[in-house]
Design a binder for this molecule. Structure first.
Ligand code: RM4
Ligand code: MN
Ligand code: MN
Length: 407
């Protein structure tokens, strides 16, 4: 493995040791598409089962100590949370060697949100949505989380259906109020996620990174942008967005997944590994220039419909580690020297050389040196975990009950 000059293998190891990836509770559950839901015997149904799966993933990868929770799916009950029950979830996570990561309010499944949540024309519905977000801050505090992750299904399906600027102002008002609640906590941050379309098909109230950044700026210093790699129109240069947000101090985190067409939620690297590498390359380059890690929340947002859930998660984590390691191999000095000569070919070559390096043997050694399996996926298969939990959780216990086919 060719290292950039002035960098030792220890440097790569140290940075990898600080590279943690959060897995999502909903990625362990039975999810589907709008056409249906295919059940897996091993899929988790309760928060306890989701935490057990997350612990299994952390057990073989060693880099996934945090689990994201989705408020209504993981803490059902609606009317407020019972502090002791919530604390018990935090304790459970702790006993498994995990921490609760981002808190994801759920503002898209209640019937009243058909025409919007925080951008609904009806002030009572807007109030309810803001109330739920503020409750989620409280939930986060009880769970020891420092991150609120915000995604809205808000938008319209037809021209004329909504007053776009009015909705923008309502969105901004909601963020302002939420920021006040977040600022009262010790160190919580709020991340604003964007998406160009779906479920709304004419306009989405936070359609892209620029809108998310504008809302975050207006809200205050605790608000940053969340880049979900699947939430861009085809052909979008995501690493450009990442570089821009880093430079503006506005990049708060990622939701990793891969896609071919839209928000496909495929495992990382299954379609476009080079893109994930180019994203990591921008991060590594910025970190080298600053001489410090960027404070970025690396999170996975995938719901696996076809692959076994836990295996898909392990695949994605291993893929993220692989492309991040490749990015750590980029000789940025060589690329810069080539740019000085206006040598486009050699500048690009510095990037492509690193991507072409097979880092899997190095990663296998790295894992072994930490007492982890050299190949997490193979080790996980050999552990028989999936068959064991499938037998325990049982095929018949969960029948689709209608409602959301997504989760
Ligand atoms: C959305 C978005 C959010 C996630 C939901 C379940 O498409 O990516 O991050 O919370 O899906
Ligand atoms: Mn997402
Ligand atoms: Mn999504």
């Amino acid at each position: 493995m060719k290292l950039p000059p002035a960098l030792s293998e220890q440097h790569i190891i140290d940075r990898l040791n600080r590279f943690e990836i959060e897995t999502p509770s909903w990625g362990y559950a039975d999810t589907g598409t709008r056409f249906g839901k295919f059940l897996q015997d091993a899929a988790a149904a309760t928060i306890e089962e989701k935490l057990a799966d997350a612990a299994a993933v952390h057990g073989v990868t060693g880099c996934c100590p945090r689990v994201a929770v989705h408020v209504l799916w993981d803490f059902p009950g609606g009317g407020g949370f019972e502090p002791r029950a919530v604390a018990a979830v935090g304790e459970r996570a702790k006993s498994l060697g995990l921490r609760i990561g981002s808190i994801n309010p759920n503002l898209f499944q209640d019937q009243c949100y058909k025409l919007g949540s925080v951008t609904n024309r009806d002030p009572a519905i807007r109030r309810r949505a803001i109330g739920h977000m503020i409750e989620s801050v409280r939930l986060g505090t009880l769970l020891g989380s420092d991150l609120l992750s915000l995604w809205f299904a808000d938008g319209t399906n037809y021209p004329g259906q909504g007053h776009i600027r009015e909705r923008k102002r309502w969105m901004s008002e909601a963020f302002g109020e939420l920021h006040d609640a977040v600022a009262e906590t010790g160190d919580m941050q709020m991340l604003i996620e964007y998406k160009p379309f779906e479920p709304a098909f004419y306009h989405t109230d936070i359609a892209d990174w620029g809108m998310a950044a504008a809302f975050a700026r207006a809200a205050g210093p605790r608000a940053k942008v969340l880049v979900d790699t699947g939430h861009h129109l085809p052909g979008c240069n995501i690493e450009h967005i990442v570089a821009f947000l880093i430079d503006e101090g506005m990049l708060g985190g990622f939701h990793f997944n891969d896609r071919k067409y839209a928000d496909d939620d495929l495992t990382v690297g299954s379609i476009d590994p080079y893109q994930m590498f180019r994203i990591f390359n921008e991060i590594v380059m910025a970190e080298r220039e600053r001489g410090a890690d960027l404070a970025i929340a690396y999170m996975i947002d995938q719901s696996h419909n076809i692959k076994p859930k836990t295996e898909a998660m392990i695949e994605t984590v291993a893929a993220c580690q692989e492309y991040f390691t490749k990015a750590l191999l980029v000789d940025h000095a060589a690329a810069a020297a080539a740019r000085e000569q206006d040598d486009v070919v050699m500048a690009e070559r510095a990037i492509k050389d690193a991507f072409a390096t097979d880092v899997r043997p190095f990663l296998a050694e790295y894992r072994a040196s930490r007492g982890l399996p050299r190949d997490p996926l193979v080790a996980f298969r050999e552990s028989g975990y999936v068959a064991r939990v499938a037998a325990e959780r049982g095929a018949g216990k969960r029948k689709p009950k209608g409602g959301s086919s997504y989760a």
